[in-house]
Design a protein around this ligand. Structure first.
Ligand code: PHE
Ligand code: ZN
Length: 882
């Protein structure tokens, strides 16, 4: 049903543009007071009627307007806050428009703005309209020529998309460059950078023999931190050729790092702009997780050159067309570069803790939303990560070969076009012969489906039966759901390992080399699967590899979980069984604590974890993942609406951690020492795995016995890289009662205050500390000279870290945590609405928290009543209060 909120945009209202812009010429005159932009748009009417041209434009000062070089009189056009409307244009004409903007005052970091002394742009989704009047929509694609004039001393480097045509000196110590991008593109892929930048350079020869110059531009302070991203870029380029058959298409590819950036990075054609936190790396300042993130994001943005740029989106409802597909592509890349199972576990844990929460909250929306007030609010985990899961399911259903054929067809059929999710599905269907009709519901229905499984074994007939049913909870605007198509990858575990799985009435499949694994297709509300020749009562291994983004319900007993955990053929299921076991034990301890009883932690869990540690044949990275208990946010989400008790969750989880630490103390110590190494730091899989497990041992040891905090102090003193240093510091800081943490934190700041990315980690660590003084500390740090409300990375580290990673303090019973967050959001609402809106997420989960609902709603209400609410904050606040 359509709601009538003003400002809502609906997918069903989509209309093709009535004008095309075949060519776009932009001339920027960058200045210290303002920037003057002259645009020449080569317009062509695309409809028979003489309709007015309605150009988007915000915060622009219009100086001149002419059509075919004739100035327009005032009666021929109208200017509003959001549009420039021009009447009676010839069918084909050149519109010249001169405007003034003030990048120096632009704190929204959208459009043209300044970051330190450099100019840069961010246009996705609708930022180009803050640069000039334009048809700022992705289905209007144009060939851009960009001329930039600027002071030669302050801005020696002037960049835009495509190829450099010329560079000339002008009077008054100014200079001019001209760039031309031969590929038609929508305005959201436009970029401009001007600054006093340094760069590193490398080159890449494509499979087709094109030599591409690769450059990474940074502020001079960061020139020593570019090498890793350059290597990651070359690996990405090679991988996309080998795995997707995609080659790079220009002679130059640039990356620029900026310190003030709303998101992670942006795929502007041949001029990717990165948040410096997602591209700069050095062992002194970057953790292992940071390195892996950089590799993934460099790849993600590069992959957009095909999935996003060569083939783009028709409208923003189709955002997942490029984002879901590109996240799938970058996840496959990371899996191939490192451990596939570890990557899968990381992605699933994030999906289940954060995307499932989104799906269960007031902002729940389908992968392809049907309406929005502010598109910036829809760059979500649902569009990105669930969208990637949907593509992954297509991959599972079609198989690798047909999926590749579908991808090839999609790219060749739609090269140079702006298309829809439907076009993607059609290409997949046409290339594979598979019918994805019902599968399309994944794009249209919001909410996380629940897959409920029951089983029975008939010893005499040697048959094993699975009863599978699906349902999906109601989400805003969608009360009833139709059944999804859910690929359920599974196996059966017997005493001696995985059993053959053969469905009754089915011929054995000689084509597959693995008869112990199969994918069941669940496409009705209720289905039954009978397996025959099952000689013992098996334990079902379900949802292998997390084959669908669903909640699985099956009544596992703890013995079965232990068996799966230690012996199943699927690495993901081994991890997931450990998580389920831990979840059960933590809930049991919660129940004990809430009854005022002493906690009794099931020795099955501590024993299983101890055995994991004892088995040195296991991949240390996997062991580290398996030892990581479900996070407090996930536990809250699992508790359900109105049932999450943050304090109890925290205490129970800590208690279980302590019990594991105590039970495994000897092996933890042995592994901690055994995994030490004096090799030179390298961000490579084998070393990363070792450090991850070693630091996880340290964490458990500190929980078991405060005496082991001495190990953390030693490690902090001797660490040769940021991974080990930060892990040690965190261990001390998270045991604030027993450890001396103030001095180490102060020393750390003194050592690293010149590195802004390290200062951010320092802020984040203090924001996440569970000690009782956290809130006052965070308020204090907001006054610290290194904090800056205008810098999104600082805000995310300190305020986002507090609200998102410090549940006990954010959810303080007196409501002070909520007040702090709302105070910051109120300020950011006018400074940077996108960041303000993103920070709201923890408050939108108010339904879950027992005893806190009124306080949380109260802050949302307070925000709702603010004057001049941005559409970004307005949308999230009002939807959350409904
Ligand atoms: N398109 C970017 C990406 O996913 C994300 C982004 C969106 C960046 C909007 C800036 C603004 O790669
Ligand atoms: Zn993307």
């Amino acid at each position: 049903m359509r709601d009538a909120t003003p400002g809502t945009v609906f997918l069903e209202d989509y209309q093709a543009p009535s004008y095309l812009i075949n060519r776009t010429e932009l001339h920027f005159e960058l200045g210290e007071e303002d920037t003057i932009l002259t645009s020449r748009l080569y317009l062509l009417r695309a409809v028979p009627d003489d309709v007015p041209l309605q150009l988007h434009g915000q915060e622009l000062e219009l100086l001149q307007l002419s059509v075919d070089n004739e100035p327009l009189d005032a009666a021929a056009y109208q200017v509003t806050d959001d549009y420039l409307l021009i009447h009676k244009l010839p069918e084909q004409c050149v519109l010249t428009c001169k405007t003034r903007i003030k990048p120096q005052d632009n704190s929204s970091l959208e459009g043209l703005y300044k970051s330190h002394s450099m100019f840069c742009t961010q246009c996705e989704a609708e930022g180009f309209r803050k640069i000039t009047y334009y048809l700022d929509r992705p289905d209007v694609m144009s060939v851009f020529t960009v001329t930039i004039d600027a002071d030669a001393g302050r801005y020696p480097v002037l960049l835009s998309n495509g190829n450099l045509l010329e560079a000339t000196a002008l009077d008054n110590n100014r200079h001019r460059v001209q760039w031309h991008d031969p590929f038609p593109k929508p305005s959201y892929l436009f970029a401009l950078v001007a600054g006093d930048l340094q760069h590193i350079e490398d080159s890449f020869r494509t499979a087709g023999g094109r030599d591409v110059t690769l450059r990474i531009y940074v502020e001079p302070k960061d020139i020593g931190k570019c090498d890793y991203a350059m290597d990651a870029l070359k690996r990405s380029m090679r991988w996309d050729e080998e795995v997707f058959g995609r080659e790079y298409d220009l002679d130059i590819f640039n990356i620029v790092a900026v310190d003030d950036f709303n998101m992670g990075a942006m795929e502007n054609k041949s001029l990717n702009i990165f948040n410096s936190s997602c591209v700069l790396a050095h062992p002194d300042i970057t953790t292992d997780a940071g390195y892996q993130r950089i590799e993934a994001i460099v790849a993600h943005e590069y992959f957009h050159n095909w999935s996003g740029n060569r083939v783009t989106c028709r409208d923003w409802f189709q955002l997942s067309l490029k984002e879901g597909f590109t996240v799938f592509r970058d996840a496959e890349f990371s899996s191939d570069m490192g451990s596939r199972t570890v990557k899968r576990v990381e992605d699933v844990s994030m999906l289940r803790s954060a995307q499932f929460a989104e799906d269960a909250g007031p902002m729940a929306h389908p992968v392809r939303p049907e309406s929005y007030i502010e598109i910036n609010n829809f760059y979500t985990l649902t569009v990105y990560e669930k969208g990637a899961e949907v593509v992954r399911m297509i991959h599972t259903l079609l198989g690798a070969e047909k999926f590749r054929a579908g991808s090839d067809l999609y790219f060749s059929r739609h090269d140079g076009q702006a298309v829809t999710c439907e076009d993607f599905l059609l290409a997949m269907e046409d290339a594979s012969g598979m019918d994805l009709g019902q599968f399309r519901r994944w794009y249209a229905q919001a909410g996380t489906p629940v897959l409920s499984v029951a089983d029975s074994y008939d010893a005499e007939a040697q048959t094993y039966t699975l009863e599978v049913s699906q349902r999906c909870p109601a989400t805003p605007g969608q009360a009833e759901k139709q059944p999804f198509v859910i690929p359920l990858a599974m196996g059966l575990l017997g005493d001696a390992g995985n059993l053959p799985v053969k469905l009754a009435g089915e011929e054995p499949d000689h084509d597959t080399d693995d008869n112990t694994h199969r994918v069941l297709i669940i496409d009705r509300e209720q289905q039954q699967f009978v397996f025959e020749g099952v000689q013992e009562h098996p334990v079902p291994s379900l949802l292998r590899g997390f084959s669908a983004p669903v909640r699985l319900e099956y009544n596992y007993d703890r013995d079965a979980l232990c068996q799966l955990m230690s012996r199943d053929g699927d690495g993901f299921v081994r991890w997931d069984s450990g998580q389920t076991l831990a979840l059960q034990v933590i809930s049991e301890v919660q129940a004990q604590l809430s009854r005022g009883e002493a906690a009794a932690v099931d020795p099955l869990l501590t024993g299983a974890f101890t055995r994991l540690l004892e088995d040195e044949s296991l991949d240390p990275a996997m062991v580290a993942e398996m030892l990581a208990l479900p996070g407090e946010g996930y536990l809250a989400e699992q508790a359900g609406e109105g049932a999450a008790d943050v304090d109890l969750i925290h205490r129970a989880r800590q208690r279980v951690k302590q019990a594991i630490g105590e039970a495994a103390e000897q092996v933890l110590l042995a592994r901690y020492h055994g995994l030490a190494s004096d090799e030179a730091y390298q961000p490579v899989g084998e070393q990363i795995a070792r450090r991850a497990l070693r630091n996880s041992c340290l964490d458990y040891l500190a929980c078991a016995n405060p005496a082991h905090l001495a190990l953390a102090s030693e490690q902090l003193a001797s660490a040769g890289n940021m991974t080990d240093r930060l892990a040690a510091l965190k261990t001390l800081a998270f045991h604030a009662e027993e450890a001396d943490w103030t001095q180490p934190l102060a020393d750390f700041y003194q050592d690293w205050r010149h590195e802004t990315l390290v200062v951010n980690q320092w802020l984040q660590l203090q924001a996440a500390m569970p000690d009782a003084g956290a809130l006052e500390r965070v308020r204090g740090l907001m006054e610290h000279p290194d904090f800056d409300l205008r810098n999104p990375n600082k805000v995310r580290s300190l305020v986002g870290g507090f609200a998102g990673q410090n549940p006990v303090n954010f959810h303080r019973a007196d409501g002070a945590g909520y007040r702090l967050l709302a105070d910051v959001i109120a300020q950011l609402n006018s400074i940077n609405p996108q960041i303000a809106s993103r920070l709201l997420a923890p408050l939108t989960r108010w339904r879950f928290y027992v005893g806190r609902q009124e306080l949380m709603r109260g802050e949302l209400q307070r925000l709702a009543e603010l004057p001049e609410l941005s559409p970004d904050v307005y949308e999230v606040v009002t939807k959350s209060l409904q």
